[in-house]
Design a protein around this ligand. Structure first.
Ligand code: IMP
Ligand code: MG
Length: 182
């Protein structure tokens, strides 16, 4: 796995610092009214980010789950987002924070935000760790953004290629040889 890494784009130390800052911002915005939040990580990519972020949030919280597939198998570009499953419970009157790993074409958020909004929550906000430097990505509103990166294919910290590499602690690019079918 290590030999497949081309270069580290965002180190684990930078990620940890930024996650901490995002948590401070989220807490400042949610400490009023009910002081309660429902986190909805988009599976599978957002699991690592959500696991780190939620432990920095000292708020009363619930978790809902959504599974979206957009890069099936060994894809390097979105094949269109599909909602595969949801376990959201009753979101009526709840402050929902949708969490995703990366904003690329924007297809995933455009699909999912209306689904949440249709469930009569008190509010829906979005938190994305990484946004690619693409015009289509910048057009999508994000409330909490971790990093902006060049338009490159990345893995690690939850992000995958063909469902591998999610466990790498840093966000990295892969060598060409790793992106070939084996
Ligand atoms: P969007 O729907 O095109 O905005 O892409 C969002 C989803 O595509 C993310 O949640 C990821 O699962 C996946 N994705 C986008 N870019 C990358 C990448 O560079 N590496 C791995 N997965 C990606
Ligand atoms: Mg995803």
């Amino acid at each position: 796995m290590q030999q497949d890494i081309e270069r580290i784009l965002i180190s684990r130390e930078r990620i940890a610092l930024r996650v901490h800052e995002l948590a401070e911002q989220i807490m400042a915005d949610h400490s009023g009214s009910t002081g309660e939040i429902t986190l909805v990580p988009i599976l599978t990519g957002a699991i690592v980010f959500c696991a780190d972020l939620m432990r920095q949030l000292s708020l009363r919280m619930r978790i809902g789950l959504l599974t979206v597939s957009s890069y099936p198998g060994a894809s390097l570009r979105t094949q269109g987002s599909n909602l595969l499953s949801q376990q959201l419970g009753d979101l009526r009157g709840r402050h929902v924070l949708l969490i995703d790993d990366i904003l690329d074409s924007g297809g995933t958020l455009k699909l999912v935000v209306p689904v949440l909004q249709s469930m009569a929550p008190a509010s829906v906000k979005t938190c994305v760790l990484v946004r690619k430097d693409r015009a289509v990505a910048r057009e999508v509103h994000v409330d909490y953004l971790g990093f902006e990166i060049p338009d490159e294919f990345i893995v690690g910290y939850g992000l995958d290629y063909d469902n591998y590499y999610r466990n790498l602690p840093d966000i990295v690019t892969l060598r060409k040889s790793a992106l070939e079918p084996r």
